[in-house]
Design a protein around this ligand. Sequence first.
Ligand SMILES: Cc1cc2nc3c(=O)[nH]c(=O)nc-3n(C[C@H](O)[C@H](O)[C@H](O)COP(=O)(O)OP(=O)(O)OC[C@H]3O[C@@H](n4cnc5c(N)ncnc54)[C@H](O)[C@@H]3O)c2cc1C
Length: 489
Amino acid sequence: MAQVVVLGAGIAGHTAALYLSKFLKKKDGHRVIVISPRPTYNWIPSNIWVGTGKMDRKKVVYDLAPIYRRIGVDFRQAYATVLYPEGTAENERPQVEFVYTDEVNRDTADRVEYDYLVNATGPKLNFEATEGLGPKAGNSFSICTDLHAVEAWDELKKIIDRARAGEKLRVVAGMGNGACTCQGAAFEYAYNVEHVLRENGVRDNVEVVYLTNEAELGDFGVGGMVFRQDGFETTSRLWTESLFRERGVHAITGAGVNKVEKGKLTYENLLGETLELDFDMAMLLPPFSGQPLAAVNKAGEDITSTVFNAAGFMKVDADYSGKPYEEWDSDDWPRTYQNPTYGNLFAAGIAFAPPHQVSKPRTSPNGTAITPAPPRTGMPSGVIARQVSRSIAALVKEGEDAPLYQASMAEMGATCIASTGNSMLDGTAAGMVMDPVIPNAKKYPNKGHRHPTRTRGEIGLFGHWEKLAIHYAFIYKAHALPGWMLIPE
Ligand SMILES: Cc1cc2nc3c(=O)[nH]c(=O)nc-3n(C[C@H](O)[C@H](O)[C@H](O)COP(=O)(O)OP(=O)(O)OC[C@H]3O[C@@H](n4cnc5c(N)ncnc54)[C@H](O)[C@@H]3O)c2cc1C
């Protein structure tokens, strides 16, 4: 009989909850508990469509409680605050403390014991890292949550109306800090905004700017890609540049935004210059850090730095020796996502601490780091969650020596599809497949260190259908409807 606690109900946490409920059934005496602060699941990749008015928010957000009730998972609407991996002086069982967020119990703290715990708390959206950044400060928009995306679309509608009335305007989409990751999402938003403006007949009146901390377009936080298409070799840089050139999107690269005000942002570039850019609307992603979770040992001492890295991400079986960037290796990336100090702690999705950057680290002459943080994409988050769930089930059923399941990002592919429109005939997509996510020089000594044909970029209606299919398939899976296990992550 095991009690497994999952922190977070995003792509990784919800996937873990689904698999754990299958592998460790309630009828066999096992208990799976999900702790997450919102009552809903948000399929984040489709927030792009919400933020451009192509999809209603209700289609990307679903109530968790009925799903968990049906599959026998306990749900606490709460956020975790402290881990006690050694138990406490009063109770030697490992525990996690949390604070309720639901109407009835709001702000009440409680604890629950665990045999195994999966930390899938995703990113803290660290808007505070840049002065004036984000919806709360009121100067820029975001699409990181469904509610942020609704606000972004409300503003974009106003831009369309003003442009229709003849005003000349500028929309900026991109990264709100030199240390941001998730460039694919900002690229996708810029691509969609451009399409929506054209669709509304106001494109000539609105300049679209993609502002990024990537030193060159197409880096995407994965150091760029080499694509092979129709027997020719090209790069993600050329591919992205030509996509933007065709659509008249102006790109600013190597930019570390350090201040956002009403209608104006300030950034430093890789030459060390401080520049300003006026805008009428800006959608700027925040940098990510880990959620603020603490850890305390049996003696009551703070061991947060043992369990988490300085940015708040949980340490797992990766190489954190801090060797120089030039010396890193694909084997430095984690495989099992087990915490090295406490074997019953695992991290899945964005919550795990990556060992190093993939894009080449760059600083301005003033010492400001302007370079994408390591990639944090959704597909690996789901795959990692599935493998972690399998490992926990094996440990429960076969004992402590059971071999753990693996999911290295240096051996796993991922897809990023920037798609416009949401109907079968109206839409086009720029889709990228990278396999693996982390370049693997040992397996692929060829240029780019990824699979030479599976790593590719495609533009056209087909990718759009793929994105639509992914949306509906993953929403089906998230509901744990019959046959959900057949749908891959
Ligand atoms: C606009 C956008 C578009 C994207 N498009 C794509 C795409 O096309 N393809 C792709 O592969 N990836 C995409 N991504 C990335 C993808 O969304 C993330 O990789 C994925 O959501 C990470 O999953 P996660 O479970 O780690 O984190 P999340 O999905 O962020 O889930 C974290 C969960 O933890 C909960 N939580 C937070 N704090 C606590 C706490 N203290 N205690 C308990 N629970 C907590 C949160 O409420 C949430 O439920 C996109 C991202 C964005 C922002």
